[in-house]
Design a protein around this ligand. Sequence first.
Ligand code: IPE
Ligand code: IPE
Ligand code: MG
Length: 241
Amino acid sequence: MSDLDERRRLLHEIKLNGSLPVHVAIIMDGNGRWAAARGLPRFRGHTAGMKSVREATQGCIEAGVRVLTLYAFSQENWNRPRAEVAALMKLFERYVAKERQELIDEGVEVRVLGDHRRITGAPRKAMESIERATAGGKNLRLNLMISYGGRAEIVRASQRLAERVQKGELDIADIDEQAFANELYTADVPDPDLLIRTSGELRVSNFLLWQLAYTEMFITPLLWPDFTRTHHFEAIHEYQK
Ligand code: IPE
Ligand code: IPE
Ligand code: MG
């Protein structure tokens, strides 16, 4: 069976199966290994990974998934060599420029989430402009997690709650799980139903620590640039089982 036939078959079954994941989250890992295996510099792996971002986005739209959350740059990733960090920021700008029209046409609403205090200049502008340009998109909510850390997000939520208590807006007794979740970056979307991690590592790497409490996991040895829409459908199909 050709890849296209297989993809169509999986999509057909996904539609029949029901119990579709509403929210899919992905740890896009393995770009460096993909490049190293080809004797290329690491950034070439990141560049190649852009195609997989498109595939996953398109896959969600076709399958009817409502929310896609992509781990694009972690807080720990700031410790990578300066040149690699710069290349990743540049790539984000390219992504925004290249995909903008397509995202608008497809009805994708993009939100860029994380601690953006360290991001200035052109990449900062790109974040703001893509959010503005895609606001109101009805088919898919795409969360791009950039400079994101799960523990930092929990600390931030605690600070925001404490602030509200201090201002007299909130009683300590009213701090419950819902109140806490309301202060997270993901306050307006349900928790992920399915987490995909590429390149085989069995860890969450500080991703969505609070939100993953009951999430099903799909770990594949495939490296992120090799991950296609067909693989995305395989993961959803597996989840439905
Ligand atoms: C994931 O690929 C992309 C980012 C973290 C930005 P890596 O760069 O972590 O690739 P590996 O894990 O070294 O192969
Ligand atoms: C996770 O990948 C972060 C992103 C995909 C952005 P990393 O390669 O940075 O994480 P570790 O090093 O495997 O934990
Ligand atoms: Mg990695």
